[in-house]
Design a binder for this molecule. Structure first.
Ligand code: ADP
Ligand code: LIP
Length: 372
């Protein structure tokens, strides 16, 4: 009598969980959660621009432009019936949910003083706030990665918790977690203020987040030394590039030259470029170069930037050549490679050339416009 079939070794719970999580997982599908908004840019009390805004716009713009061909993503965003940019490329490709409340809107007042960590280059007021994004608003399926990128408090703690359950790796913009809005009289909207992350309901979720990005103005409110023990912390430093902090290491990543005309969306574009770098299989420190590149591109234009096809072609060619492997264990795995690779400097030099192309093209376009 043949020996009774010996049951296969029960995979350990963790391996089973791993197996479950990767079963049928779309190769590189992402989930972007955060709302589009209306931005009004003011300088010296005068309106100098009215544009589409919100991380959903800036993030989609970069992911659509720079992700590997096999990558895709869904956007969960909310607007009101007053939304004025439904036909803009990002909302057209990634339509928002329609709500009874008005579209979130911000007034950004720019100072001419040079920005610094504690004297930011703009003062923000939130004039309207659309509905929050609830856990049930999220698609009921699994994702390789998620970007929690609220700008007006719309990504609730319970929504972030559901993102963590749905996505293998979640990247968070600190502005989604630490902003509070002090409504004041006079109808000029609510001043945007920051509170310490530690005291918020988001703090307990940090150890299940892969990357937390904060600007140098936001960094004092997240407590880098505490946060880096729970996830990799990125601090963006405007024209000085960015720094990464993980449990036992840190790295400074050089910026790209840019002629700043509007800082709006730099952080959003940075985070999307960083995510795209991870999708291409780069280490976190190398992927931060892609973040710096698209952050620089964002400040070079007012509103959501358009990228010259030649520049994008150059960037994708660089990434094809330099990317280590597409099915990177990074974004699909549970561990990340943080250190810079031996190709880091070569990658920066190649991207700097593409950035020069972008600046040149911009100057040509400006000269042409001036001649029209
Ligand atoms: N003037 C600039 N020149 C070059 N790169 C810039 C400039 N401003 C921002 N960046 C890039 O964009 C990233 C995010 O910008 P930052 O201003 O730090 O974020 P936020 O918009 O969240 O305040 C920076 O890390 C940098 O790579
Ligand atoms: O500039 P940045 O920090 O990357 O992100 C910005 C938000 O801080 C701002 O509230 C919003 O109105 C802009 O459209 C943009 O999303």
């Amino acid at each position: 009598m043949p020996p009774a079939a010996v049951p296969a070794e029960e995979p350990a719970a963790a391996e089973e969980e791993e197996e479950q999580q990767t079963k049928g997982l779309p190769a590189l599908e992402g989930l972007v959660v955060g709302s589009y908004c209306h931005d009004v840019l003011l300088r010296g009390g005068r309106v100098v621009g009215e544009t589409l805004g919100g991380a959903a716009a800036f993030v989609s713009n970069v992911l659509d432009a720079a992700s590997p061909p096999e990558a895709s993503f869904s956007v969960v965003s909310k607007v009101g019936s007053d939304f004025a940019y439904a036909s803009a490329p990002a909302p057209e490709r990634h339509p928002p949910l329609l709500c009874p409340a008005p579209t979130t809107s911000f007034h950004a007042r720019f100072s001419d003083a040079v920005a610094s960590a504690h004297a930011p280059d703009r003062q923000l007021r939130r004039v309207n706030a659309c509905d929050p994004i609830y856990p049930d608003d999220l698609p009921d399926r699994r994702f390789a990665y998620g970007l929690a990128v609220g700008v007006a408090g719309e990504v609730l703690p319970e929504t972030l918790e559901r993102m963590i359950r749905l996505c293998r790796a979640v990247l968070v913009d600190a502005q989604a977690l630490i902003r509070v809005f002090d409504a004041e009289g006079g109808g000029s909207g609510a001043a945007v203020r920051h509170i310490a992350l530690e005291g918020t309901p988001y703090a307990r979720l940090l150890e299940r987040v892969a990357f937390l990005k904060a600007s140098s103005e936001e960094a004092p409110y997240i407590g880098v030394e505490m946060a880096r023990r729970r996830c990799c912390v990125i601090v963006t430093e405007g024209r000085d590039g960015c720094r990464l902090y993980w449990d036992d290491g840190e790295a400074r990543v050089a910026p790209f030259t840019a002629v700043q005309v509007d800082p709006t969306g730099a952080g959003d574009s940075y985070l999307a470029g960083f995510a795209a770098g991870l999708l291409w299989g780069l280490s976190a420190t190398d992927a931060a170069l892609i973040g710096n590149f698209f952050g620089a591109a964002a400040v070079s234009q007012i509103g959501v930037p358009t990228f010259h096809p030649k520049m994008l072609q150059a960037v994708k060619q660089i990434l094809e050549e330099k990317a280590i492997q597409r099915s990177s264990p990074c974004i699909n795995g549970t561990t990340f490679t943080f250190q810079r690779s031996d190709k880091h400097d070569e990658l920066h030099a190649a991207l700097q050339e593409a950035a020069r192309l972008m600046c040149e093209q911009q100057q040509n376009d400006t000269a042409t416009d001036n001649c029209d």
